[in-house]
Design a binder for this molecule. Structure first.
Ligand code: SF4
Length: 291
């Protein structure tokens, strides 16, 4: 298998076979994201090369029955014909594959339209990891997500309609102190309309080579602390009525919240209340990772 540029995958794909389908991210403008900022420009690998890699994996792994994730940053943006060819080939090469997934931002999901997404689902695409980040228009605009709340909701509905699972990512603290509560409430209401199968929590940490790190350093963005982020999480959960699996499978979070909603809501709220009583010094450091 050959890889080019940074290869990121969600923690839930830790055991997946990684077959690179695209390089970089076609958007590459989100103010919090460092992944491809100084990297290669977005490109789609030829289907023949991707299929060669699938065959190379088959030679190594045999009739493997796990899951496959196709990096990189927004593989859903690749032409539908190429993706259909690749997913169909993957199913032939690995007939027992359990799940095939890609990253996909809402604007590129919408571009596929219902017909394109149906073709992808039929070819074998089972799940998209989608960065909602926030359901608040001002926040989405500020972080340059490239899509507004209405677009995020439209993409979610399209995925539900076409039977592709939606694994949605939320960034706690991405609105700073200023819009923390509004961000939480608007995000919960967007999620209620999107009804994703998974909601995955991440907490904002300023990363190297990002606009947001520069803003933090200049004092133009005031980061929410652990207790503010926990209150934000509480507002999000209180307002979330959709049935979904909540996961906080990431090192950036101050506490680990896992459960099925609405069944586990009260327990999760109690866990947040318990954490709110902890001293600030008992949480992870404010800055972690590469700054
Ligand atoms: S769409 Fe995803 S990969 Fe691309 S810049 Fe935004 S967060 Fe980064």
């Amino acid at each position: 298998m050959r890889y080019e540029g940074p290869i990121y995958r969600p923690p839930s794909e830790a055991d997946s076979l990684l077959i690179q389908a695209t390089v970089g991210c076609p958007h590459n403008r989100c103010t919090f994201c460092m992944v491809y900022k100084k990297g290669l420009r977005f490109k789609v690998r030829p289907a023949s090369e991707i299929i060669e890699d699938l065959n190379a994996a088959r030679a190594q792994l045999g009739d493997w029955s796990g899951t496959i994730f196709f990096p990189a940053g927004n593989t859903i943006a690749a032409p539908t014909n190429i993706l259909v060819e690749v997913f169909s080939a993957a199913r032939q090469i690995f007939p027992k594959v359990k799940r095939m997934t890609v990253y996909g931002s809402a604007q590129y999901v919408i571009e596929k339209q219902e017909a394109g997404l149906r073709r992808l689902a039929e070819a074998g695409l089972t799940r998209i990891h989608l960065g909602l980040e926030s359901g608040h228009d001002d926040v989405l605009s500020e972080i340059k997500k490239g899509v507004d709340r209405a677009g995020q909701i439209e993409a979610g509905r399209l995925l539900n309609k076409t039977g592709i699972e939606n694994s949605v990512y939320i960034i706690l603290g991405i609105a700073g102190k200023a819009l923390s509560r509004e961000h939480a409430a608007a995000t919960a209401s967007a999620l209620n309309q999107i009804a994703p199968q998974y909601v995955r929590l991440r907490t904002f940490v300023p990363k190297t080579n990002t606009i947001l790190l520069r803003k933090v350093k200049k004092g133009d963005f005031i980061m929410a602390g652990p207790h503010e982020v926990l209150r934000e999480t509480k507002t999000l959960l209180e307002n979330l009525t959709s049935s979904t699996s909540l996961r906080s499978d990431h090192y950036t979070n101050y506490i680990n919240l896992e459960g099925e909603l609405p069944m586990d809501k009260q327990r999760l709220l109690q866990e947040i209340d318990h954490a709110l009583k902890r001293d600030k010094s008992t949480f992870r450091p404010f800055f972690i990772g590469n700054q």
